[in-house]
Design a protein around this ligand. Structure first.
Ligand code: URA
Length: 434
């Protein structure tokens, strides 16, 4: 086989066979196929697409490029959750303890943030001493004892995806449906949970900017997952504004704790209920959606989910006193409010740009390996649909220096679109594909 022939076949709209895809992924992982040929192939796939068979074959070839985690030592049904990426997304910090408190085990690998999107691991590292480095044995033990664990991604899982994703990132080929489906699912299949729930984001802050594109992605993820023998459910949710009321690291941990304490709900709770309902029902722990929602609500109101979270932080080496005393999760000292120039209603908050504000403050990475400041970030008091008066506070910036704060205030104000007419907020959860 020659890579050049495969590139030409795909460029001209042909379908690659399973054998061709496997040969290509093996060769690329080993370094026999150079980046320039794989870049051309990624671009050909971007334009010509792939059918469901090809997408499935690509997923399985990338899965087989590395090791799998053996979860058979975990008792009961194991669930996993993944989001296609958003701004202010602290869902895993809430969903895992809520679901674990209802009796379903969550075995989750997470990543660090890059660019405008934050990573769950960075947010969790706000708890002093918290670590995601653990052996597979320790991971399994913790899931059995505590109900859930969140570990860092290891290099041994899907090395083909690691290489290909880095290439896509610099060749304009990230937003390709078959490439996204195979990239997400190969990693989920390598972890091997029984039930996989995917949060597919839709809107200006997401890869998929339209509902059609998001539902197409959701449908393909569910179908490829089914072919791979897994129960996959995709929930399509809004990312037209940041999720919840905070963007940063420690500040997002504050918000997650406030929801777990039952002090506040917002769309964050809606999302956790939507995702958690699918997990409990598909795991067989709840007979229907209504029972599942009740169980999840009770896990929060009884304090059981908060206790699970505290046990999890402690099990991973963190100081869980910070779970009960938020002053132990310090925020940056320079605070500046963003005030509304005019009255009206919030029509839109540019999610990606809010993520960039947090990054500029030092809360995100421009390049892999950058050190980040866990205490900086933003709090958003007004969200889409809210009425605003001229001069009223829209948001607060938490910065290290006056200069950084001033710059962030200007950038954040520009993220808000305020219009005179009333704005109806669209439902946060747009649909479920299963
Ligand atoms: N997340 C991934 O892991 N891969 C993609 O291609 C897109 C989102």
């Amino acid at each position: 086989m020659r890579m050049n022939d495969l590139i030409v076949k795909k460029r001209d709209g042909g379908a690659l066979t399973g054998q061709e895809i496997r040969w290509m992924i093996d060769g690329y992982t080993k370094g026999d196929i150079p980046d320039y040929q794989m870049s051309a192939m990624a671009m050909a796939i971007y334009f010509a697409g792939m059918d469901m068979d090809e997408t499935y074959q690509l997923t399985m070839a990338m899965l087989d490029s590395g090791e799998r985690i053996d979860l058979s030592g975990i008792d009961g049904v194991k669930a996993d959750k993944h989001s296609t990426g958003g701004v202010g997304d602290k869902t895993s910090m809430l969903l895992c303890p809520m679901v674990a408190a209802c009796g379903v085990k969550m075995a989750k690998l997470s990543g660090r943030g890059l660019g405008h999107t934050g990573g769950t691991i960075d947010k969790l590292e706000s708890f002093p001493g918290f670590s995601v480095e653990m052996t597979e044995e320790a991971f399994i033990r913790q899931v059995n004892q505590v109900g859930f664990a969140i570990a860092g991604q290891t290099a041994d899982i899907c090395p083909a995806d690691k290489k290909l994703y880095a290439l896509r990132d610099v060749t304009g080929t990230v937003p390709s449906l078959p490439l996204i489906v195979s990239s997400i699912l190969c990693k989920k299949l390598a972890v091997g949970a029984d039930v996989i729930v995917l949060d597919v984001k839709c809107g200006s802050g997401a890869f998929m900017q339209t509902e059609k594109a998001a539902f197409d992605l959701a449908g393909a993820l569910v179908e490829v997952g089914r072919r791979a023998g897994k129960k996959v459910v995709a929930v399509v949710t809004d990312m037209d504004e940041p999720l919840g009321s905070t963007v940063g690291n420690a500040i997002e941990a504050h918000e997650a704790l406030a929801v777990l304490r039952g002090e506040y709900r917002g769309e964050l709770m809606d999302l956790c209920l939507a995702l958690g309902t699918q997990i409990l029902r598909e795991s067989g722990v709840a007979p229907d959606d209504e029972t599942a929602r009740d169980m999840l609500e009770k896990a929060v109101s009884s304090g059981a989910a908060l206790e699970k979270f505290a046990a999890f932080v402690k099990a991973q080496g963190g100081d869980n006193a910070a779970v009960y005393d938020k002053s132990l999760l310090p925020l940056a000292p320079v605070r500046r409010d963003v005030l509304a120039d005019a009255g009206g209603y919030v029509k839109h908050i540019q999610a990606e740009d809010v993520g960039l504000v947090s990054m500029r403050l030092g809360g995100g990475r421009a390049a892999k390996g950058d050190t980040i400041d866990l205490g900086v970030g933003v709090a958003l008091y007004k969200k889409v649909g809210d009425p605003v008066e001229a001069g009223q506070r829209l948001a607060t910036v938490f910065a290290r220096t006056d200069e950084a704060a001033e710059e962030a205030v200007g950038m954040l104000r520009a993220c808000y679109e305020i219009v005179p007419e009333k704005v109806e907020r669209a439902p946060y959860v747009k649909g479920v594909v299963k």
